[in-house]
Design a protein around this ligand. Sequence first.
Ligand code: SER
Length: 315
Amino acid sequence: MKRILVLGAGGQIGSELVPYLREIYGASNVVATDVKQCDALSAAGPFEIIDALDADGYAAVVDKYKIDAIYNLVALLSATGEKNPQLAMRINMGALQNSLEIAREKGCSLFTPSSIGAFGGEFPRDNTPQDTVMQPNTIYGVCKVAGELLSNYYHTRFGVDTRSVRFPGIISNVTLPGGGTTDYAVEIYYEAVRTGRFTCPISHDVYMDMMYMPDALRAAVELMEADPSKLKHRNSFNIASMSFTPEIIAEAVRRQVPSFTMDYDVEPVKDAIARSWPNKLDDSCAREEWGWKPQWDLDSMTRDMLAAVRRKMDK
Ligand code: SER
């Protein structure tokens, strides 16, 4: 059985990816790691503290558990990154560089997610192609593009089995995202349950790709399990499931919570970032090369999110 290490397991994706992987591969084969203790993850399987910037400590854990696949989830997100670009560059690039080198030295496969945030500049906003101009103007996006290029380089130059998807904004109900441009699409559900109203930081008409966490988890694992001979691309695949504006998600919430209201207090930094990203990705390469297919749409996700957030608040 594969032995997997998840770096940055305490974050929005890791806190759900670890249980998902443990279901598939067995709890003892999935080592959760984070810079700080995570009780929920350590109670259910192996857990180690790793500072992703400490290459020796990281390598020692990979050796200890004889790891053969790494999911590198360490990243400061787009809006937080703009508050401290130097820190974001140090963390995002440092975790990437250490992961690539450890994967090369120890023969591990490596998943490092890219993002819709990797796009920027003059590219088609609608049906954004797999291969197009990528000139992001956030430090988060610059690190993601660098990650895509370096992951491809490690694959062709050293034969490292690097793979990646460009995640849309991920909507989830276990761990809150922190400091992303797409966070509004999570917060709206919490506020719909808590207060019945929401003040949106993004303009009413700005489209962004979004994805419900169960689809995101499945995408990562399906790509890591895909037959390598079928992959023409590696780093990184466009994947998509839904694209909406604040107005459209508010309508979806209102279909479940008719009294819900939303107003706007647009945050210029986040709004500018959102406008620099795709409206809607073309994910046909992922569909063709490894059979990607989303299972959730806006209405099914909205029903599930509202129910999950209600359960959380009842506790
Ligand atoms: N969710 C991320 C952000 O908003 C994009 O990948 O920064």
